[in-house]
Ligand binder design. Sequence first.
Ligand code: SF4
Ligand code: FES
Length: 377
Amino acid sequence: MAEEQPLLKVTIDNITVEVPAGTTILNAARQIGGDVVPPAMCYYSKLQNSGGKCRTCLVEVSKGSEKDPRPMPKLVASCRTTVMDGMEVKNITSQRVIDARNGVVEMLLINHPLDCPICDQAGECDLQDLSFNHGKDGSRFDFEKRVFDKHTLGPHIQLHMTRCILCYRCVFTADQLTNKREHGVLDRGDHAQIATYIEKSLDNDFIGNVIDVCPVGALTDRTFRFKNRVWFTKPVDAHRNCSKCCGEVRLWMRGDEVFRVTARKDQWGEIATASDGKTGWICDECRFEKKKTSDWVIEGPTKVNRQSVIAQNKYVGLVKPPEFLQEVMDGTKPRYMLDIHSVSGVNEPEIRLDLIDGPAHSEDFKIADEKRKELEQ
Ligand code: SF4
Ligand code: FES
């Protein structure tokens, strides 16, 4: 029988948690949850070897371990640093970390076009949330921003390289999920870009998942582009029998219309685990070709547990007051309703317009006015 490994104690922002050896500081913080969790723009727990690219998850290790309590001299990437027994880590309790994260956000935004008003990712963009929480309201960058031509990667995926933060998630997804990868990071430094070799289109049953893993609006769904803002659509969980994938998806609906289909995401914005215990990647058929409610078994409104604009206006378990107007109007549906009592000095609430014989005149209100004055005296 394999010997049971002792758990290691790590303290993050003064909260202690016990984790198995080999756990990264980021995953230990995720066990605690809340503000203690550093933001992660490139790490993706479902993708092997991800992380270590963006530096948003930097933390301060103020005590290395019980055996060697010396602090680590530099901030470390929490997604790539494993915990030691007795380690003490500072995330939001360290001013160094906060300053460094602000610097990282400023750097990530140097070449970013800041085109949120026209970007399909707005409202569910990790970079938008990150800059809201850690960014500054100005930029010190006076030079012209790096620009790239737009790339259409096949019939379903649009690449806006100007928005890319080179996190490599899409490259790992294509590598690990599809049987061939046709895109990658070409060139170096300022010229580095996500591209396909000689404009090959991305063509694979699972390639649509690159849209879901992209933390910014660099890879977007061409079947949804410019059709709606995400916060106007309502996320609904649904499933279907699919021979290629788990078939468990999130429909983004407005009224009865399905605007887009995505994989389900967890509280870290990563693809959630499906009911079969595997990662819930979805196939392109479910994502791009099943856009009718009749294609799906609807399970109910999604419980959005991320702090983001998509969490707004989603009332699960909403209790509406009973609708009585039709009842009192002998079954006729009201066409227009406007309660002007609170704003109108003319239409006094005590005047029953329904009892006035014919259209109301100013005289009717004058009479009521005089009566009220009499009563007030
Ligand atoms: S396109 Fe998106 S997922 Fe791919 S490297 Fe750029 S930001 Fe990351
Ligand atoms: S999430 Fe750790 S470096 Fe990007």
